[in-house]
Design a binder for this molecule. Structure first.
Ligand SMILES: *[C@@H]1O[C@H](CO)[C@@H](O)[C@H](O)[C@H]1NC(C)=O
Ligand SMILES: *[C@@H]1O[C@H](CO)[C@@H](O)[C@H](O)[C@H]1NC(C)=O
Ligand SMILES: *[C@@H]1O[C@H](CO)[C@@H](O)[C@H](O)[C@H]1NC(C)=O
Ligand SMILES: *[C@@H]1O[C@H](CO)[C@@H](O)[C@H](O)[C@H]1NC(C)=O
Ligand SMILES: *[C@@H]1O[C@H](CO)[C@@H](O)[C@H](O)[C@H]1NC(C)=O
Length: 369
């Protein structure tokens, strides 16, 4: 028995080990059998590079993106697997295929997330003089895709309800890019704080639409703490501000967004008493990961905000010379780093966050519904 167990572990590809032996997740005797994911680069497993192969984000259609797991780029914004990959693994379902991969198999769910996507539609951003330079596939576009997908696989509402009763819907993380584009296009932190209401409103509307599609188990993650990300610190133009002050302002923005989101989700739950809706606390999970970083194998002697892949400045981040562009260096040991490219995390960080997310949020959700 023991021998079999061990040899099984050795046969697994290395990154699966961290979460591979979590207890199987069951709903009243039946398993969660599919996941539907909406969001941005935190979760995109290939949509953006299919949608826009020559776009501004084509850098992550190149190595070193993907170098540590697939050995080739897949459109994931990391050196390897994302949280959603580890979660699928823990639920014993295959990696989620990107929706735009038309010939892909979608029996265990669909990934609608698009790297660079915003919670607000392009037109609402334009009203605020903000441009999304990467993609127009905002949350509402992803929800249109979801609607067409279910129309194509369900005979009627009852059939959809039956098909989706063991499905998990993850709405986000989404909204971080709305704030990032605003900051990098010259908006002040006050301007950006005043966007929070609309961004959260768009997410709540998104959750309502997901429920109309037949979802009964939904997780809505908040944002990470922006103040720890090189890209946000670099974009934040607060006057005469030292990095530590920018960090405070940016973390305050994340907290404000997350508090609003939690409040609105509480209200939403009152409208849908028979739907299970959980908040995903990425903010505190990420901060705990930073606090424990040396203990879980990250390089404690270097600045944890420093990107593994990138060039320039204190954080190895320069928006004009990003990871994936020609001549931009990549670190020799990505597992020593939390931040991969200034925005997105390394596979190792995602693996640790996924394990936490599974235990703190997905298991309780499964057991409560
Ligand atoms: C992740 O990185 C890509 C480019 O590397 C960027 O377009 C995207 O906005 C980043 N995601 C987030 C959530 O900041
Ligand atoms: C978004 O849509 C507008 C209007 O159709 C278009 O001009 C723009 O190029 C699109 N942006 C991206 C990043 O595809
Ligand atoms: C911090 O966030 C609150 C909203 O929670 C906002 O009212 C306040 O202006 C922010 N403080 C700073 C210094 O940006
Ligand atoms: C939840 O309750 C509403 C009415 O309050 C009903 O229309 C809907 O079908 C119920 N959904 C499920 C999944 O039971
Ligand atoms: C940790 O970071 C320090 C400072 O950047 C560096 O000198 C050292 O080689 C790194 N160690 C590992 C194991 O990557």
């Amino acid at each position: 028995m023991c021998f079999l167990y061990l040899s099984f572990l050795f046969l697994l590809p290395c990154p699966a080990r961290g979460i591979g032996h979590l207890p199987a997740a069951r709903t009243g005797g039946s398993k969660l059998t599919s996941i539907y994911q909406l969001g941005d680069s935190l979760s995109d497993t290939g949509n953006l590079i299919i949608e826009s192969p020559d776009g501004v984000a084509s850098a992550f259609a190149r190595l070193p993106y993907g170098e540590s797991f697939f050995k080739h780029p897949t459109g994931r914004c990391s050196n390897g697997l994302l949280m959603i990959d580890f979660l699928a693994k823990a639920l014993d379902i295959p990696h989620l295929n990107p929706y735009l991969s038309r010939d892909a198999v979608f029996t265990h769910g669909v990934n609608f997330a698009v790297a660079g996507a915003t919670a607000l539609p392009t037109e609402s951003l334009a009203d605020k003089n903000i441009v999304n330079p990467v993609t127009n596939s905002s949350l509402s576009v992803q929800l249109d895709w979801m609607w067409s997908h279910f129309n194509s696989i369900c005979y009627n509402d009852q059939d959809c309800a039956d098909k989706l009763k063991n499905s998990l819907f993850i709405v986000g993380e989404i909204g971080s890019n709305d704030y990032y584009y605003a900051l990098s296009q010259g908006k002040t932190i006050e301007d950006v704080n005043s966007m929070v209401f609309d961004v959260v409103q768009a997410i709540i509307e998104g959750v309502r639409r997901v429920i109309q599609n037949g979802a009964t188990k939904i997780i809505v993650p908040g944002t990470f703490s922006f103040g720890h990300f090189p890209a946000y610190i670099t974009a934040c133009q607060a006057k005469n501000s030292a990095a530590y002050r920018k960090q405070r302002l940016l973390n305050n923005l994340s907290l404000y967004h997350n508090d609003e989101l939690k409040k609105r989700l509480q209200l939403l739950k009152q409208d849908y008493k028979n739907i299970t809706i959980f908040y995903g606390d990425y903010y505190n999970a990420f901060n705990r990961l930073l606090q424990n970083a040396p203990r879980v194998g990250f390089n404690g002697t270097s600045d944890l905000r420093k990107a593994c892949c990138g060039a320039g400045g204190r954080f190895s981040f320069n928006p004009n010379k990003m990871c994936g562009a020609r001549g931009v260096p990549v670190c020799a040991n990505p597992d020593g780093y939390v931040i991969w490219d200034g925005f997105n995390l390394t596979q190792k960080a995602y693996r640790i966050l996924a394990r936490w997310f599974f235990q703190s949020t997905i298991s309780p959700l499964i057991n409560s519904s």
